[in-house]
Design a binder for this molecule. Structure first.
Ligand code: HEM
Length: 324
């Protein structure tokens, strides 16, 4: 009896240590793949040096991953065997950067086979994309596992719509544990990258179904947009979302939004709620860039923790586009 009691007393802390070791944390790979961050950083330096415009798409991939089934790399799986995967859903048709993710993952598989998840690769690449674009850095919690399912229907239902108003966007963010401040902060990611005409043409040509423009869009800016986006169906040249500095992570996005020059209705809607408007106007002054950089790292960390798989759930994919 005494022996049994003593064994239990010894086992309880051991189990606690083992469980804790399995939980996501910044140094999750310190024993199993100590160079993971250096490898991702080195590859990202090469990728962004060769194609600076990939910083935005690589940041967006992590967001589109986390908002559908949590951060489990489900966005990377290819459609197969009659299943249409997330990446083939309408809002994901414009995602880019899949080849770069496979390239980084392949290097990690050589260095530490079967160890680093694709979900973690996405989180690290998103952070390093922001760093390469002269934005902030933040510690990335690691230890996510990869999911085995991916559904286009789920992606279409879970991602926030470009024409969303504040109640809609707030609901989608809240379902991922993110609040109105996170919405205002993470929308700042639109400081990077470009958008295709169908994402905003409705604001130029058919706002209320009568061939009219969105009155909340600055009319001079709308005129400029019409030269790049010629009709509701034009899918030609993409437009910079933060004109003038779309490859640099900075606060000028907020100045555009404050002047009613946000590209999507979702950007413009930030001016319609007291919390999000207050944030836009504060950062737009240009006096609080450090605050925005810090907030962005914090909101990205929150987003990166959404419904993460741990323990025996999921797997560590060998290739990111296919389950093992
Ligand atoms: C608030 C809700 C959001 C909506 C409605 C939204 C919508 C969109 C749309 C429609 C595009 C353009 C797609 C195209 O036409 O090519 C886009 C691009 C982009 N989004 Fe968002 N987004 C949101 C939040 C976010 C968040 C939270 C992030 C990252 C943390 C993000 C990062 C990006 C980036 C970097 C691009 C540019 C991608 C490129 O250059 O290809 N977005 N977004």
């Amino acid at each position: 009896m005494a022996i049994t009691k003593c064994c239990v007393l010894l086992l309880v802390p051991l189990v606690a240590v083992l469980v804790a070791a399995d939980q996501p944390r910044v140094d999750y790979y310190s024993e199993t793949c100590p160079n993971v961050e250096a490898i991702v950083r080195e590859e990202m330096e090469r990728i962004i040096a060769a194609a600076p415009s990939l910083a935005g798409p690589l940041l967006r991939l992590h967001f589109h991953d986390c908002f559908v089934r949590g951060c489990d790399a489900s966005v990377l799986l290819s459609s197969a065997g009659g299943n249409t995967a997330e990446r083939d859903a309408k809002p994901n048709k414009s995602l880019r950067g899949f080849g770069s993710v496979e390239r980084v993952k392949a290097r990690l598989e050589t260095a530490c086979p079967g160890t680093v998840s694709c979900a973690d690769v996405l989180a690290l690449m998103a952070r390093d994309a922001v760093v390469r674009a002269r934005g902030p850095s933040w510690p990335v919690t690691l230890g996510r596992r990869d999911g085995r399912a991916s559904s286009a229907g789920e992606a279409a239902a879970s991602l926030p719509p470009a024409d969303g108003d504040i109640p809609t966007l707030a609901r989608v963010f809240a379902s991922n544990g993110l609040d109105l401040k996170d919405l205002a902060v993470l929308s700042g990611a639109h400081t990077l990258g470009t958008a295709h005409c169908p994402s905003y043409a409705g604001r130029l040509y058919n706002f209320t179904g009568k061939g009219d423009a969105d009155p909340s869009l600055d009319s001079e800016y709308a005129g400029k947009l019409r030269t790049r986006c010629r009709s509701l169906t034009d899918d030609g040249m993409p437009s910079e979302m933060d004109p003038g500095s779309y490859k640099t992570f900075d606060t000028s996005y907020y100045r555009h939004v404050a002047k009613r020059r946000g590209l999507f209705s979702s950007d413009a809607s930030l001016l319609t709620d007291a919390t999000t408007r207050g944030y836009v106007q504060r950062i737009a002054t240009g006096k609080f860039d450090d605050e925005f950089f810090r907030d962005f790292g914090e909101s990205m960390t929150k987003m990166g923790n959404v419904a993460v798989l741990t323990g025996a759930d999921g797997e560590i994919r060998k290739k990111c586009y296919v389950i093992n």
